[in-house]
Design a protein around this ligand. Structure first.
Ligand SMILES: *[C@@H]1O[C@H](CO)[C@@H](O)[C@H](O)[C@H]1NC(C)=O
Length: 512
């Protein structure tokens, strides 16, 4: 015990007390289960439990770390200072704690924070208690599980591929095994070049050479026996990775890259769509409150200001229009149209194929057939909205086509079975009654279509300016079941349909 011992008590008395202890056998330290394992970076309890009938609060405890060459005073409790341990060595500064409230139960265990590799060793717990003394040795073993292991490709080595497995921060030095698809040890020769870092931890580096035509599933497992933990990474190689097939490897990697890019694009699209849904919701809500506010303002201003009144009426009307549009857009559904889709020949008036500028009446009366592409989706009830990008295209026709159960596929449909908006020579027409749609300064680039089977109508909107262009009623028959399909124009001379603009995901209006 030596010097540290003397600091606490007079050696003569201690020898005397030790005899007393041996005689009476009243007190005892329960020997701990050795060794204690501390995980590096975590805390550990060095146990020291006193066994006695009654335990005085005036006991002293001293913990000493012993190596072959030195003895370090880890932490001492002198029976007076109840808060902080005294004479704590630099190496353990701020890292130790006693459980003061446990002293009366004889628990003088030491809590050691942030365990380090250098903490590994033997600790003596010495207890001085009135006229009694005893000690016990606790062995602390330390261990650490490293980070995730990774397998790296070193490139081609002969006919095979060089592989390296890496992982950092292990203690003690772990076992590294390379396994095959069945979990058996691989036959290949393995080299290990582990390094010890300044903190005493081990960085694992293990390499092997994978030959072609061997088991292509490679796993690198790193094991800490002390903690019973392991890290494993598994890779399945394809033949294309081997030098004999190298021309394919580039193609494979390019395809892989493209796939990743496509997935990223889809993910982005989904995200922006749902964001737009949120925007639509918020816009609608904002507009509703503003509408309420304007109504109130209108009522109060009625008597006083006629000019403001007119202005407010105009704004209110505009909000009404926009609100109607937001409502329509909240029924957005995805529509699929591709060049493989079914084609229909529609008979429309309005001389879509007439190049000459004939008189208005002649244009209207001239009927022609136009090829359109029918969307894959079919609707029998409810409200559905979609948008078609017409950009600055001159002539187009789009809308909704009805099919009855017995309708022949691809056949020429009678005029009353579709509801369309068509543009011919810069002018817009609604299919029903060849109504010319009059709108000032209309630059149609995106057309919104609302198929409203609840109120038996089709509404066409100019989606950029949020204008309602025309409402066409539908006469619904009860029997047989009718199916309504969207249709879009085909680009002139090609089989490419006009683009369907992805609109917001449907917003349930009741949720607002
Ligand atoms: C002593 O007290 C601590 C804290 O309450 C507890 O974790 C430990 O198990 C107790 N006993 C021993 C023998 O360490």
């Amino acid at each position: 015990m030596g010097s540290t011992f003397q600091r606490v008590m007079n050696p003569h008395i201690i020898i005397f007390l030790r005899i007393i202890h041996l005689v009476t056998g009243q007190f005892k330290i329960i020997p701990p289960d050795n060794p204690v394992i501390g995980v590096i970076g975590k805390g550990v309890i060095l146990p020291c439990q006193l066994k006695a009938k009654t335990i005085s609060e005036r006991l002293s405890v001293q913990w000493i770390f012993t190596t072959n060459s030195e003895k370090i005073d880890v932490s001492t409790y002198d029976g007076k200072n109840t808060q902080n341990p005294v004479s704590e060595d630099k190496r353990y500064q701020g890292r130790t704690n006693f459980f003061h409230t446990e002293f009366n139960k004889g628990n003088v265990s030491l809590y050691l924070k942030n365990v380090m590799v250098s903490d590994k060793g033997k600790y003596t717990c010495s207890v001085f208690f009135e006229n009694w003394y005893d000690e016990v040795v606790v062995e602390l073993n330390v261990a650490a599980t490293g980070d995730e292991s990774s397998i790296f490709l070193n490139g081609h080595v002969g006919q095979g591929i060089g592989l390296t497995c890496k992982s950092q921060g292990w203690f003690p030095e772990p076992i590294v095994v390379w396994l095959d698809s069945k979990g058996d040890m691989r036959k290949e020769e393995v080299t290990i070049q582990n390094t010890k870092t300044s903190s005493g931890l081990f960085d694992v580096v293990s390499s092997m050479n994978l030959e072609p035509r061997s088991d292509m599933e490679v796993s690198c497992r790193i094991i800490n026996d002390l903690l019973n933990t392991a890290r494993e990474s598994r890779v399945l190689f394809s033949d294309v990775f081997f030098p004999s097939a190298s021309p394919w490897m580039t193609a494979f990697l390019v395809i892989l890259f493209l796939n990743v890019a496509v997935i990223a694009a889809i993910a982005y699209k989904l995200k922006s769509n749902s964001k737009r849904t949120l925007d639509a919701k918020q816009n609608k809500k904002k507009m509703e409150t503003e509408k309420e506010y304007l109504k109130e303002a209108l009522e109060t201003e009625e008597k006083t200001n006629k000019g403001a009144k007119a202005e407010n009426r105009k704004r209110l009307a505009r909000y009404q229009v926009e609100l109607d549009f937001w409502e329509a857009q909240s029924h957005a559904v995805p529509i699929t149209v591709n060049p493989d889709c079914r084609e229909l020949e529609l008979r429309v008036s309005g001389a879509l194929d007439t190049k000459s500028h004939a008189s208005e009446s002649a244009e209207l009366s001239a009927a022609s057939t136009v090829p359109v592409l029918v969307g894959q989706e079919g609707f029998t009830a409810g409200k559905h909205y979609w948008e078609v990008e017409v950009e600055q295209q001159q002539d187009w026709v789009l809308g909704v086509v009805r099919e009855k159960g017995e309708q022949e596929e691809g056949g020429l449909l009678p005029t009353q079975d579709y509801w369309a908006l068509h543009r011919s020579q810069g002018e817009l027409f609604a299919s029903e009654g060849d109504v010319r749609v009059e709108k000032e300064q209309l630059r149609c680039s995106v057309i919104g279509v609302l198929l409203d089977l609840e109120e038996s109508q089709v509404k066409f909107y100019e989606a950029v300016q949020m204008l309602l262009l025309v409402t066409i009623p539908i006469s619904l028959a009860k029997e047989p079941v009718e199916m309504f399909h969207p249709f879009v124009p085909r680009r002139e001379g090609t089989f490419t349909p006009f683009a369907i603009r992805p609109v917001r995901i449907p917003v349930p209006l009741k949720a607002l």
